[in-house]
Design a protein around this ligand. Structure first.
Ligand code: SF4
Length: 746
């Protein structure tokens, strides 16, 4: 029985008491009904609904005599309802007088009546209170706990949540329950102390700023509008799209008292068809790269372009396909997979729409994504803004795919309804639904994962996502182990650590003595040719291509830093440093390349980078866009050497240097402070006293945000930020000089 039903039962019980009371009076019922009607009318007022919620927590659940704070709230509510206070107060006084006349001072009867009226209002508000958007639904379906944490996050101590499966009313209102809610609130909000702290000020501990998202927001908006324009040109008819949610086409339907609704990015209707569009700022690559093996054992894409360029499922064009194909379809149906999440989003829209709209027209559903193969031709308008052709976006017809999702949505809607009725805030098993380290990571991650150690947890093992095998060769998923209580790396039985690199990590964790594979590190250093050019690029991953030759999400080069080490250990931080920063948002890539090629001579010296695939890909892209530098740029690619390989190892490199395969694929170095990561930010403090902490620009995200803001900065701010950016990138290459120098000493 859910909490609302339990409350309802109690109120009915009171009603029964009133009815069987020997002094019951027909007029009292009439009055009570009028009072009820009065409240029902007031429900239309939002502020009044808030008042009811306050009342609800004080009178109906906690059975407390209203506190002073309650009366203050009530007074404020009455005033903010923008209705004359007499209208609010007089029916209550009238009723009080009537009851007084009928029953003398029978307070139990007096309170009983208005309570029933108020209660009925609250019950009728039950569905109205919970409106569920697509985003909220996708969060509610994560796990049993999310809805109740969400209620606490929003309503704080007014939240009504349970901590047992089938709680009695007494439990819900118990001191223990309130303490538990309070503990969770403390994990969500902090009250600042000190003289400067303002009254009622609270710091939200969960909400993290996402400056990169803010920076990219204008591009995301542009993608939505571009898509809308292209839909209009392509499909004609009546097309509705807008950046303003409330101007978008909206559908809503009610299920079990809850209201599910959706806003559509694009809605098109003509005489016989309705088309629904969900615009996503991702690229078509996720979908075109999805391949299966056909009966001839050839790899074939799951999606094929129709004659008019729309991506369709193979089965929609050629009929039923083999088991391998079905496996990929199953992947698309998984709401947590990187492709499936988009299919799930539009399937939710479809579910709501088809329960809300009765029509005889055909309804078709499309994902609209950026075309990964689109190459910008460099055309701009009078204001210098890029002009895009219509094939900048790709339409993916997911009508049949989303239809397959409907039974899943049926079950998920029922699950969400149950969760909202139970509102159970107890911890639940952790798992992929938390989307750890994903852009969609759960908001409540810090609460549910607070018992996982920050250092040397089970996640620290490299390749931990592959699980661990016990003595009997049974595989254990890492989340299963966490849910069984094995949260620290050392909780895993030593005999279950089978991967070579994990054994090295385990030894270091147990002994706290760093691991070095001296021979491999020395062999790697010996392979370097001087002068060494320590190189680092900074880029802007723009969703929409800005310059000629770029594709959606091209990593657009805007900065390099180089430190030149002429002989082992001979490099001055300032004298041997060169750099370039594009100070404007116009195409300065050629300038950057020319400048770089003047510094990096054609002398065969190694180009040392950290994580080479990034720099290599940028050089190859530039070689395509600027063919006259092709030879020099590709020569740089050939001379590239990855400093990370000296630490993390690389099978191909070390086999080439003469090591056996088993030896070649092992890591060369491990330190307890690495915590499973070989990022330069983790490595540098181990090898030097340098750190990125405290730098105004301390990571790649800060760097790209600074670059993005250049055009909006005044001169003073620009100069300061330019200098900070210079220092950050310089630190990256200087860090490589220092790390290499330390490795020479081992
Ligand atoms: S972090 Fe995981 S377990 Fe916790 S509420 Fe979110 S999805 Fe549920």
């Amino acid at each position: 029985m859910d909490v609302y039903h339990r409350r309802q039962q109690e109120f009915l019980h009171r009603l029964l008491l009133l009815n069987t009371h020997p002094e019951s009076h027909r007029l009292a019922y009439f009055l009570m009904c009028s009072h009820l009607l009065f409240h029902q009318l007031l429900i239309l007022n939002y502020q009044y609904r808030c008042y009811l919620q306050t009342l609800h927590s004080h009178w109906f659940l906690q059975k407390e005599i209203p506190t002073q704070e309650y009366w203050q709230n009530l007074r404020q509510t009455i005033f903010s309802c923008k209705m004359p206070p007499w209208l609010f107060v007089s029916p209550h006084i009238l009723m009080w007088m009537w009851f007084d006349w009928c029953y003398g001072k029978r307070w139990d009867v007096f309170y009983g009546s208005p309570m029933i009226s108020h209660a009925s209002c609250i019950i009728s508000l039950r569905g109205e209170k919970v409106k569920i958007s697509k985003t909220r639904f996708i969060n509610y379906i994560r796990c049993n706990r999310y809805p109740s944490l969400d209620e606490i996050y929003r309503d704080k101590d007014k939240a009504v949540v349970a901590f047992t499966e089938d709680p009695e009313l007494d439990e819900l209102i118990s001191e223990e329950n309130r303490d538990k809610v309070h503990t969770l609130i403390q994990q969500m909000y902090e009250t600042p102390e000190g003289e400067d702290a303002e009254e009622d000020e609270e710091i939200d501990l969960l909400k993290k700023d996402d400056p990169q998202m803010e920076t990219m927001m204008s591009y995301y908006r542009k993608i939505e509008m571009l898509s809308g324009d292209i839909i209009k040109k392509r499909f004609h008819g009546n097309v509705i799209y807008s950046l303003n949610t409330y101007e978008q086409k909206r559908f809503e339907y009610e299920n079990d008292g809850f209201h599910f609704y959706c806003f559509l990015d694009g809605y098109q209707e003509d005489e016989d068809t309705i088309r629904i569009f969900e615009v996503k700022a991702t690229t078509s690559k996720k979908f075109t790269a999805l391949e299966y093996k056909n009966d001839e054992k050839e790899k074939v894409s799951v999606f094929v372009p129709s004659p008019d360029g729309i991506l369709m499922l193979q089965e929609d064009v050629f009929g039923s396909i083999n088991d391998q194909y079905q496996k990929k379809i199953d992947k698309l149906k998984q709401r947590l997979s990187k492709e499936g999440r988009y299919v799930y989003d539009i399937s939710y829209q479809r579910y709501v729409l088809e329960h809300a709209l009765k029509t005889k027209k055909d309804i078709k559903y499309y994902l609209v994504v950026l075309n990964a193969d689109y190459i910008h031709d460099g055309q701009t308008d009078n204001e210098g803004e890029p002009i895009y052709q219509d094939d900048i976006v790709t339409f993916i017809d997911v009508t049949s795919l989303s239809e397959k999702m409907m039974p899943i949505l049926d079950m998920d809607i029922a699950t969400v309804n149950r969760r909202l009725n139970e509102m159970n805030a107890n911890p639940v098993p952790l798992g992929p639904h938390c989307q750890r380290k994903d852009t969609r990571q759960c908001l409540f991650y810090p609460i549910c994962y607070k018992h996982i150690p920050e250092y040397n947890s089970i996640f620290t093992y490299m390749g931990s996502h592959n699980g661990f095998k016990d003595e009997l060769d049974n595989k254990h998923d890492r989340f299963d182990l966490i849910n069984e209580g094995m949260v620290a790396a050392l909780d895993i039985p030593r005999s279950w650590i089978k991967r070579e690199n994990n054994v090295i990590q385990r030894d270091v964790m147990e002994t706290d003595v760093p691991y070095y594979h001296h021979e491999k590190i020395r062999a790697g250093i010996k392979a370097l040719a001087y002068p060494i050019y320590h190189l680092d690029f900074e880029t802007f991953p723009c969703p929409l291509p800005r310059f000629k030759g770029e594709k959606p999400y091209s990593q657009s080069l805007f900065q390099y830093s180089i430190h030149i080490e002429t002989r082992p250990g001979l490099c001055d931080k300032d004298i041997d440093h060169a750099s370039y920063i594009a100070t404007e948002h116009k195409d300065l890539r050629e300038d950057l390349i020319k400048n770089m090629l003047e510094i990096i001579k054609n002398d065969g010296g190694s180009i040392l980078v950290y994580n080479q695939s990034f720099e290599q890909t940028r050089l190859k892209e530039m070689a395509e866009v600027f063919p006259k530098y092709r030879e020099r740029l590709l020569d740089m690619v050939d001379r590239m050497f990855d400093l990370m390989y000296l630490l993390r190892g690389n099978q191909k490199l070390f086999k080439r240097l003469g090591f056996e395969e088993d030896e070649a694929k092992k890591i060369n170095y491990y330190h307890n402070k690495l915590n499973g990561s070989f990022s330069i930010k983790k490595v540098l403090p181990i090898f030097s006293d340098l750190t990125y902490k405290g730098l105004p620009i301390g990571n790649g995200t800060d760097a790209l945000i600074t670059y993005a803001r250049f055009p909006k900065m005044d001169e003073v701010t620009f100069k300061k930020n330019y200098q900070d950016l210079l220092e950050y990138c310089k630190q990256d290459t200087w860090a490589m000089v220092k790390i290499l120098d330390e490795l020479r000493k081992i």
